[in-house]
Design a protein around this ligand. Sequence first.
Ligand code: HEM
Length: 386
Amino acid sequence: MTAAPRATEGVDFASAQLPGRALHDLLARAREAGGLANAKLAGLPARLLTRFDDVRAFLADEERFPGGPIFRSRAVARFVERDLVPLAHEIVDRFAARGEADLVAELTSVLPFHAISRKLGLPQGSEAQQLGWARDTLSYPVTPERALAARAAVTRFLEPIVAERRANPGDDVLSHLLGAEHDGVRMSDEEVFAHVRLLYAVGASTTSDGMSSLFWALLTVPGLLERAQADPAVRPRIVREILRCEPPVSVLPRMAVHGGDVAGETLAPGAFVLVALAAANRDPAAFSDPDRFDPDRPELESMSFGHGEKFCPGSHLGRQQLAAALDVVLERLPGLRLLEAAEPAGAILRRVPRLRVAWDPASAGRRRQTASFAASSTREPTSSFS
Ligand code: HEM
């Protein structure tokens, strides 16, 4: 039994920011040592898992290491692209004529919340509030009172809407959730509230975070912007590569409820495991030259959306949102250039907090008819999780 390496000893992943390379260098040292590393989660001892094969095996073993209740509805997987591009244009319309914007504050923190709200069939105009609630909900390990207050606010917001939708169901995810039966039993209001809270927390904020890193890479990786402008076919690969290099869920906290053997060590029941998706995604045993941003790399599988039974049901929707935002920004903001950027930060949930850009408003393009979107090469082959 190897002594647990010390690189991450004392690092509390619930609050550490570790901007830019700091996270990846720290995880690389732990990965080199292999096995499990000591770390902290909101002040409690935890074990960090870093190697690709170990992470994949742990996530695949739903029986011994269950990841909490399975998300029942796969309705999100049926969200079609038809709505995403017009929505992205709508949001870009708000600042296109200005010639300058913070893409995080005005696009990446907005589009995913609008997308989920629209799909859920929620009234428009409350998206900014929903963003606040979603972020607060995820802050539970660090600020439980704020998370619980956000949780209560979401319930108060949803109660009248759910009552109305039960009486008049529509073609939206909320109606699907209300109509869905599990072993002949319909969901209670509280179960529906929990699902919607989860969709915001794991759906909208992860996508928002991933989208912020996408535009950061586009504007900081040498030659990438020019290549994406010139060759739309590379765009889905750019989306895939940024999700590998800077996964929005960089470290996934799990509890080994029953204990068991992990990476050659026996964990006691109830031990916290920090499943480092960001470390697995840069494991040289799985990716050649892993720290290089390379949209042409042959390796397809990463751990960015988890693995096994709890694999993200919204992965297609998440990738489609990033692709749609990329298409629309490249179409509508000619001469796009970086003014000022912060690096990706956050050890569990990772995002770029600020990205100030400028472009030539005079030649800012009018919307191309979205009808052409269907034909554009950024469209990936759909994979359904129905
Ligand atoms: C780039 C965007 C996204 C990333 C990186 C991402 C990542 C993840 C990861 C790593 C998990 C696995 C958690 C685990 O094993 O415990 C997960 C689960 C989940 N994701 Fe996503 N996700 C994204 C977008 C979405 C979207 C758009 C939705 C829905 C609208 C969504 C809904 C869910 C749900 C419901 C689960 C829980 C699955 C379950 O418990 O069975 N995600 N996501």
